[in-house]
Design a protein around this ligand. Structure first.
Ligand SMILES: [Zn+2]
Ligand SMILES: [Zn+2]
Length: 215
């Protein structure tokens, strides 16, 4: 099975398109991870790759607007199913401005009902769901147990910094616990929510950063 990962922001840079508001990955054969704010932009990038008819799942790493704002439009265009951790379901269906942080972006999420509610240890399109609250209470990492790739969302970035924990539903203690949880995994490469792909050592750096920042 072709389970290659494509970093869509590289595609947008290559063709001189606008950079999406979060890092977006295609996990072949049929899964899009996060959508940025602009569904039309992502659909153009999918078309550029010839993958617009291949996407069956849109998995959101958490409900923040910069990751989820394009999901509704992309579902209309691709007919894919939208999946999010169960804690984020109502944030999207109610279009909660604080929980989705859309108010920070000076806009309002066009609310929508996700199709799939995810729980710890679910496997969706070959990816294992790991609940990693801390940045938000619905944050998940997605783990490919075969290739040892981990999609981290905003739990950790490639530069070794953790995501913010001071927004609605954020919690620093939980963020440290979540980072310690994913640190135990056998990981070859991380694909983060901002800053692109990186090395798993970023997780340890983020734990150190948080622990020393809060003594
Ligand atoms: Zn976020
Ligand atoms: Zn983000």
């Amino acid at each position: 099975m072709n389970n290659e990962t494509v970093f869509l922001n590289d595609v947008s840079n290559r063709i001189g398109e606008e950079t999406p508001s979060s890092d977006i990955y295609i996990k072949k054969p049929d899964t899009l991870i996060d959508t940025g704010m602009d569904g039309d932009l992502i659909y153009n990038l999918l078309m550029e790759m010839g993958l617009e008819d291949e996407i069956n799942y849109i998995i959101l790493t958490h409900c923040h607007y910069d990751h989820s704002g394009g999901a509704k439009k992309l579902r209309e265009l691709t007919d894919a199913k939208i999946a999010i951790h169960r804690n984020g379901y109502s944030s999207l269906s109610e279009g909660d401005g604080l929980k989705t942080a859309s108010s920070l972006f000076g806009t309002k999420l066009d609310s929508f009902e996700p199709d799939i509610s995810l729980n710890e240890d679910d496997v969706i399109s070959g990816l294992k769901v790991i609940h990693t609250p801390g940045h938000t209470d619905d944050s998940i990492c997605l783990y490919d147990t075969e290739t040892k790739e981990l999609f981290t969302g905003d739990t950790v970035f490639s530069n070794g910094r953790p995501g913010r924990s001071d927004l609605k539903t954020g919690n620093t203690k939980q963020l440290i616990q979540s980072l310690e949880k994913i640190q135990k995994l056998d990981i070859k490469k991380i694909y983060t929510g901002h800053g692109g792909p990186g090395k798993p050592e970023a997780i340890e750096k983020a734990i150190k950063y948080l622990k020393t920042a809060y003594i």
